[in-house]
Each structure stands twice: as C-alpha cells, then as structure tokens.
Design a protein around this ligand. Structure first.
Ligand SMILES: Cc1cc2nc3c(=O)[nH]c(=O)nc-3n(C[C@H](O)[C@H](O)[C@H](O)COP(=O)(O)OP(=O)(O)OC[C@H]3O[C@@H](n4cnc5c(N)ncnc54)[C@H](O)[C@@H]3O)c2cc1C
Length: 404
C-alpha cells in the first residue's frame, strides 16, 4: 500500500529528526514520517565530537554567532534571532538532557555520550508519533497537483509537504538540480594540513597556544591554538583556515605555503626582545631556555632551524642567528602538501544555493511546500558545535512555518 502523509521528512539525521519532532509536537493533527535510507538514522550524531556530540556552542549573541559560518553568515542572522544556541540548550534541558560548557565554549551532553542525544530524539519521535521508515532511500521527488510523489527503494510515498534534510548527498543535489535548483559544487571543509618538515618532525602532540597563520598569496588568515600532529598541523588555527579557505584551497589542490607567527609579535619587536635576552641570559644555553611561552620541544626545533647549535649560549648569538631565530618565531614558512580528515568533525561546503532559500521559513523559493534543513543547503561552519546549531535552527524554523 502506498504511504500517504501530511509531511515527509527526507533524511533521518540531525536536522531531519529535529524537524520531524518539532513539527509533530507543534501540530499533532498532522501525520509526519521520516524516510531514512540507512537501517539506522543519526549516524553522524553518533560519531560526532569524538562520540561525545558537540551539540552547540556557548555563544549567545546572534551577530557574533554568525561569524563562525564561512557560508551562511549573512543568511543565518535572522534565523538565529528566532532559534539560537540558548534555545537549543533549553530544548534539550526541557527533555531531560543537560548540556555542559567546556573551556573553549563547546557544549556537550553532561553524559559525554552522543547516545544521550540519540536516545532523546528516538524517545521524542515515538512520543509525538513520528513514523520513522528505515531502508527508504529516496530516488526521485515529483511535485504533482499541490502534492509530492516521492519514489523510494520501497515504493512511492505521497505527501503534501516535504522537508529535505539529506545532508551532503550528491545524488539528492542532482535530484534538486533536475527540479530547477542551483547547487554550489561541494568541497570538503574542516580538514588538517599535511606538512613534511624537519621543524615539526617527531614532536606530535605539541601545542602552541596562540599563533597567527597566513596562507601565502591569498587573503586567508586565522589565529588560535595550533597542534602538531604525526602528519602535519591541526587545531582551530588550521581548521578555521580549512573552513574559510575550503573553496580556494581545493582550487590549489591542497598545495600551498603557510606562514606562521608562533608568538604573535612583529619581527622588529621580536629582535628587540631577543637582544634583551642575549644580555639577561648571557651565560645560559639558548636551546635549554625556551621563551615566549613556547613548548620546549617546539622552541628547540626552531632554534636548530636557525642554525644555532645545542651548546651555544645567548651571549654567543650572532646577528645572522638572531635574525634567523626571529624569522622562525614570527614568519616561519611551511609547505602544505595535502589534507587529512579531522576525525572529531567534518563537513561539506556547497549545496543548495542560498539565494534560492527563503530564510524566514526555510522554504524553497522555487518549489512551494519544499523545505530545507541542515547541511543540504550551502551553509557550513568552523568546528565547535556550529554545524549542529545550523541544523537545529533551520529544522526548528521549518517546524514553525510548515503548517502556515
Ligand atoms: C565525524 C563527524 C563528526 C562531527 N561532529 C560534529 C560536532 O561534534 N558538532 C557539530 O556541530 N557538527 C559535527 N559534525 C557535522 C554534523 O554532523 C553535520 O553538520 C550534521 O550532521 C548535518 O546534519 P544533517 O541532518 O543536515 O545531515 P546528516 O546528519 O548527514 O543526515 C542526513 C541523513 O539523510 C540520509 N539520507 C541521505 N540521502 C538520502 C536519501 N536519498 N534517502 C533517504 N535518506 C537519505 C542520510 O542517511 C542521513 O541519515 C560532524 C561531522 C562528522 C562527519
């Protein structure tokens, strides 16, 4: 028998569940079903944030929050005035899920387990009579006479309204193109940089707390903590660049040079400080007296790269060495040769062109009664819980507007 529903949500991920639950709760008179291609839903929620699910971020001012979205910054400002991070916290709290804030602002369930979020969604979906149809892979969507016929791997499904929450599935973007939508070509975002360089060899795990990084020959720039890994560099200073530079760095085929200022001082100031140190620490070995709050292992690598030997004392430092050390500290250039997956969080830039979405309702401007939520549209964020916040906000607004 053909399934008929008032509302069909396509995709049982973060945005799909959040939309379906809120629609069903606000409009108990409507029949709501989720079509999910997998035998389970919420798979990304499960692995998110290293299995802890970084649900949102403790940033409570919409104009500040939007600054974390390389794509979507302008468009999300209005929606965040309707459903913000604070609303997310309250939503989960009202349903028995307490969130906690970590030092860097990321918010996780107190349980430290993404399963808590999944359990909450499955419970709420059941409570509000959302039917979740697993192994229903959507193959086509046809608007016919104010309704939609959705062809799935298990036959046709009919609905008055559709919420498309299929994340970054290229096949669904192709379907949307067939329906007349423009799709911004997808590229990965949130990745780490592959770098082979003596200065970071054998020191994985070392963190420089606050650096500036520039991608040479571009306008890309970021600052924050930097982590040395087995294959290159990671942490917010790098991940932010990967997000803001997602399109540009793809064009460069992930081959480019970065310049790092490890101490966030200009070259001249650094020279002055090194001269002072030459006097103050004259009898001490340079190698053993890490400065500028740099981790010892990184300091030693930069000292060696400045052609200063292990036994040299501050008093012996000549002008070339002093200049070389200041260069390594403030303008160290590294060649990036590729990218690697950041396992805690990754996302795809690209998707439905934002010009074709009404951000008051999250409805398609081209196909009435077709709504979007989550990563399917061309919105993505830096790491920290902002990608889920986009999913919650879009899905919530869909639930408000869909019955109008
Ligand atoms: C490893 C990892 C960790 C992450 N950690 C975090 C984090 O901690 N915090 C954060 O904010 N963000 C995180 N993200 C990003 C976040 O998971 C996504 O932004 C978010 O899941 C997007 O939600 P969505 O519902 O739009 O898409 P998804 O969660 O991808 O859900 C889409 C759903 O649609 C289904 N689907 C697709 N095509 C079809 C079809 N044709 N028919 C039927 N169903 C279909 C899929 O099977 C899937 O279940 C992480 C991402 C990854 C990969």
């Amino acid at each position: 028998m053909q399934v008929q529903k008032d509302i069909i949500v396509i995709g049982g991920g973060a945005a799909g569940f959040f939309a379906a639950i809120n629609i069903a709760e606000k409009h108990p008179e409507l029949s709501v079903a989720i079509l999910e291609r997998g035998k389970e839903g919420l798979q990304k929620v499960k692995i998110s944030g290293g299995g802890r699910c970084n649900v949102t971020h403790a940033e409570f001012i919409p104009s500040e929050l939007v600054q974390n979205y390389p794509r979507g910054e302008k468009e999300l400002l209005g929606p965040f005035h309707t459903f913000m991070t604070g609303d997310t916290i309250a939503w989960f709290e009202e349903r028995g899920v307490e969130l906690k804030i970590e030092e860097d602002g990321r918010m996780f369930p107190v349980s430290n387990s993404s399963q808590t979020i999944i359990d909450c969604f499955l419970f709420e979906a059941k409570k509000h009579k959302v039917e979740v149809l697993y192994n229903y892979s959507v193959k086509s969507i046809k608007p016919v006479d104010n309704r939609f016929t959705v062809t799935t791997s298990q036959g046709d499904v009919e609905a008055k309204k559709i919420v498309l929450a299929t994340g970054s599935n290229p096949k669904v973007w192709n379907l949307l193109e067939d329906l007349g939508h423009s799709i911004i070509p997808p590229v990965p975002s949130l990745f780490t940089f592959d770098i082979k360089d003596k200065r970071i060899k054998d020191i994985p795990g070392v963190v420089a707390q606050n650096v500036e990084v520039k991608v040479l020959d571009t306008d890309l720039f970021s600052e924050g903590p930097l982590l040395i890994t087995h294959v290159g560099m990671s942490a917010p200073a790098i991940l932010k660049l990967s997000a803001y530079g997602a399109v540009e760095l793809a064009k460069l085929n992930y081959n480019f040079k970065i310049e790092i200022n490890f101490i966030k001082q200009d070259f001249e100031d650094c020279i002055d400080q090194l001269k002072d140190l030459k006097q103050d620490l004259a009898k001490k070995q340079i190698f053993g007296t890490a400065q500028f709050d740099l981790p010892k292992r990184l300091w030693r690598k930069l000292v060696v790269a400045s052609h200063i030997s292990e036994n040299e004392r501050w008093a012996d430092l000549n002008k070339e060495q002093l200049n070389a050390l200041a260069m390594q500290l403030t303008q160290a250039v590294f060649q990036v040769t590729g990218k690697s997956t950041f396992k805690e969080e990754f996302v795809t830039a690209g998707g439905v062109d934002l010009k074709e979405v009404n951000f008051k309702t999250f409805e398609s401007k081209l196909i009435p009664n077709l709504f979007f939520a989550g990563e399917v549209i061309n919105v993505d964020a830096v790491t920290g819980g902002f990608n889920f916040q986009n999913a919650w906000t879009g899905a919530y607004i869909v639930s408000q507007s869909i019955a109008e």
